[in-house]
Design a protein around this ligand. Structure first.
Ligand code: SAM
Length: 292
């Protein structure tokens, strides 16, 4: 097979699958992208410029990796499937724009959730400069990865992540919508959320059962004042413990005294029967501040 045909084109992907007897591993969330337009859509959504430092989570057989490299990025990838280094080593171009691939691509065989970014990246990236994360995520750990990246102290310029559409909708959800909840709030106190494109299940081998979306998360320059984020997120989770019940009901464990609860809810300027999904981040911050 001609190596000039991009890895992400169906014909080249199929050739790689046949050559290495690749069987997508369900337990590792493997759904390989075979849609060049979607892959390039991800690269565009991430606004990759020559010289950008990119962490890729799960390069798979390299379809997205190759396009990131062609766009000029330096890519550090985390992968856990031991069958893939041989494929990546053989199938990714040996040179990109005249530069040996070793200078532009590094693979670390490590669970992303065990990453120690500062240590892992120190010899490959300039850590004084911002880093972009780009990934077609393994869907079985989408939320843990988002929390892990959100809590990491690395200087991120943006996170461009393909995920299940349903999770993407939760990330960007606003008060009053069904999708709005602890995940939306935990992310929105730190980052701006934009849904960049949706990708059909026919763009993957094997096809996932759900639709996918690419979301771009960028750190907020002015974060809302929610006090201690851990305490705040814990209070939010408690308020949503039974999302169909009223806020008053959910607050019973946190504030056993009924009069105290009524006073707090009144101070929010809302109806006593309000449900948690109707509250804004500022109102949750008020609740968190009242609970020690
Ligand atoms: N980037 C490729 C593509 O778009 O075709 C593959 C994407 S596939 C949805 C997810 C990738 O993440 C797989 O290569 C899988 O082996 C890898 N992966 C699964 N769990 C991982 C983990 N905990 N840490 C790093 N990579 C992981």
């Amino acid at each position: 097979m001609n190596n000039e045909i991009p890895i992400g084109s169906p014909i080249r992907t199929q050739a790689i699958i046949n050559r290495y007897f690749v069987k997508a591993k369900k337990n590792l969330g493997q759904n390989f992208l075979v849609d060049l337009a979607a892959i390039q859509g991800i690269v565009q959504a991430a606004q990759i410029q020559p010289g950008d430092q990119v962490i890729e989570i799960g390069p798979g057989i390299g379809s997205l990796t190759e396009q990131l490299l062609i766009a000029g990025a330096k890519v550090f990838a985390y992968e856990v499937d031991d069958d893939l280094p041989e494929i990546l080593n053989n199938e990714l171009p040996k040179q990109i724009n005249g530069v040996p691939i070793k200078e532009r691509f590094e693979l670390m065989m490590k669970d992303i959730l065990q990453a120690d970014f500062k240590e892992d990246l120190k010899d490959f990236f300039d850590l004084t400069k911002p880093i972009k994360v780009v990934a077609n995520l393994p869907y079985y750990i989408t939320t843990p990865i988002i929390f892990f990246l959100n809590e990491s102290e690395l200087n991120f310029a943006s996170l461009t992540l393909m995920m299940q559409k349903e999770v993407a909708d939760r990330l960007g959800a606003q008060p009053g919508s069904k999708a709005y909840g602890p995940l939306s709030i935990a992310v929105q106190i730190e980052m701006n959320v934009t849904e960049a494109l949706t990708v059909k299940s026919t763009s993957f081998i094997p096809r996932p059962k759900v639709d996918s979306s690419v979301v771009v998360l960028t750190p907020l320059t002015q974060k809302p004042d929610v006090g201690d984020a851990k305490h705040f997120n814990w209070v939010v989770k408690m308020c949503f413990a039974q999302r169909r019940k009223t806020l008053n009901n959910n607050l019973k464990n946190l504030i056993p005294d009924a009069a105290e609860r009524a006073q707090l809810i009144a101070s929010l300027g809302v109806d006593a029967r309000i449900r948690p999904e109707q509250l804004s981040i500022a109102q949750f911050a008020q609740i968190a501040a009242a609970i020690k």
